[in-house]
Design a protein around this ligand. Structure first.
Ligand code: HEC
Length: 444
């Protein structure tokens, strides 16, 4: 298995390098020299991000946040844009090798980083260390922004092949990218490693009421994640290959909804954005990758706040789901002026008229129209889905499917169908558990 993986990687690496050489019409030698030049333009080692305070700690959001978000689309969307600005806030990562900033979330922990820190945690022998995050303080950004990591098929797309309920939807082209967790989440996982390792989802049938109401959603952890828990999922594509575009107007929403029994966005064409109109990173071979879509989930409320960003072409970036983007968002990172956003915070829609907040202004009317359309289609559920990530199951609302994490993958679920949760909505829990189990086995 290990050999096979290594060989596949070699093939991909050779392929990419081959394409690079072909484009440049150069021999291997100068390309390698070029590769070194590229490497100095980006930081390779950066300090891991610090725990950032939860947004709900802000006075304007602290009281009954779940109810506030559930009953007002305006408050929900305003809160979500604040989350976007917060996770993209620039962090100065200047060192002797590099001068510049990175969005906060890029200083957080990937699954590989978790493996490193769990190994160090285990070696340290401390089962209840007060600050396990101090054990490894530097992130290898070169590993995170490698062609291998950016080009890795997201597991969601491999799961799709095994899933029932997709109806007649054709399987989407698999997207590639990676998942990142905030320091608060990683610390919680480290401190709960023993419970995670012992987890048996079968011990908690969907109708079994949890014994502690405070820990409804994390039966396989000692407690639910803390309020500063944030998880991120990203999808990237090489700019050179062109970026597929999607429309999300009221009409597009209706077309998506009716495309199948679980919804499917249809691409409207291909665009060729550059680094001024799309957030990009450069891999070790000099290839530029654009951020197509991104999920940001925060544990500000018990069932998480589910925020999603998708890239939009210039001609309609300020329409529908981009119409209410506050200036604080591009202030954090200018390319974000080209992204649209949806958010869900619960299973059911508690705002009786979600479009009402946006209808009366010319600037936001198209958002009102899109929300009205969703309201007329969603049968009482909240909606949020990303054309680049949910692709062939876009009638969904994040939380419906994520309640099944650790147990199943139900592309039709939008309402609550369990009274407990296994890993607090975190699908990556399975990978974290595997990492813990394999480290425990290898260091026995
Ligand atoms: C039909 C099921 C389904 C829906 C709907 C869904 N997800 Fe997920 N999500 C998954 C699966 C499976 C994974 C883990 C596999 C992967 O990484 O691709 C995942 C991974 C994630 C992750 C990485 C952390 C983790 O759980 O491992 C985030 C963050 C996330 N999803 C957010 C969202 C948001 C936000 C939405 C809605 C806009 C959403 N998801 C909709 C199934 C779903």
């Amino acid at each position: 298995m290990r050999n096979l993986k290594a060989r596949n990687f070699c093939l991909i690496a050779a392929c990419t390098l081959g394409a690079f050489l072909a484009r440049n019409g150069e021999s291997a030698q100068p390309a390698i020299a070029k590769k070194a030049a590229v490497a100095t333009k980006r930081p390779s080692l950066v300090p891991f991000g610090k725990i950032s305070a939860a947004l709900s700690a802000l006075p304007e959001f602290s009281v009954n946040l779940d109810k506030t978000l559930k009953t007002s689309m305006k408050k929900r969307r305003d809160f979500a844009w604040k989350i976007v600005a917060k996770v993209f806030a620039p962090v100065d990562v200047s060192s002797s090798a590099y001068t510049g900033t990175l969005p906060t979330w890029q200083t957080w922990y990937g699954e590989d980083d978790f493996k490193d820190i769990y190994a160090a945690y285990r070696k340290s022998g401390s089962t209840d260390s007060t600050s396990p995050l101090n054990l490894v303080t530097t992130k290898n950004l070169g590993r995170s922004l490698s062609s291998k990591n950016l080009g890795k098929t997201l597991k969601q797309f491999t799961r799709l092949h095994k899933v029932k309920g997709l109806g007649t939807n054709p399987l989407p082209e698999p997207g590639t990218g990676f998942v990142t967790y905030s320091p608060g989440m990683i610390e919680h996982m480290l401190k709960n490693a023993t419970s995670i390792s012992k987890c048996d989802p079968d011990a908690f049938p969907a109708d079994q009421k949890p014994s502690k109401a405070k820990n409804t959603w994390a039966m396989c952890l000692r407690a639910e994640f803390p309020k500063d828990g944030v998880m991120i999922k990203t999808r990237w594509a090489k700019l050179a290959s062109g970026i597929k575009t999607y429309g999300t107007t009221a009409t597009n929403m209706e077309t998506m909804w009716n495309a199948s029994n679980v919804g499917q966005f249809a691409s409207s064409g291909t665009a060729t954005p550059d680094a001024s109109t799309m957030y990009t990173v450069t891999d070790e071979e000099g290839a530029v990758w654009g951020l197509e879509g991104m999920h940001i989930s925060t544990k500000d409320v018990r069932v998480w706040t589910w925020v999603s960003l998708w890239w939009s072409k210039a001609t309609d970036k300020d329409k529908d789901f981009g119409a209410d983007r506050p200036s604080t968002v591009p202030a954090a990172l200018p390319a974000l002026a080209n992204y649209k956003m949806c958010v869900s915070s619960d299973f059911l829609e508690g705002d009786t008229d979600p479009g009402s907040h946006y209808r009366s202004s010319d600037q936001t009317k198209s958002l009102g129209d899109a929300l009205d359309k969703v309201k007329s289609l969603a049968n009482g559920s909240q909606w949020c889905a990303n054309p680049y990530l949910e692709t062939s199951f876009s009638r969904t609302n994040c939380v419906g499917c994520h309640q099944g994490a650790g147990v199943n993958f139900d592309v039709t679920a939008t309402t609550q169908n369990r009274v407990n949760g296994i890993p607090d909505f975190v699908y990556g829990f399975d990978n974290i558990k595997d990492a813990i189990d394999s480290e425990n086995a290898s260091s026995k």
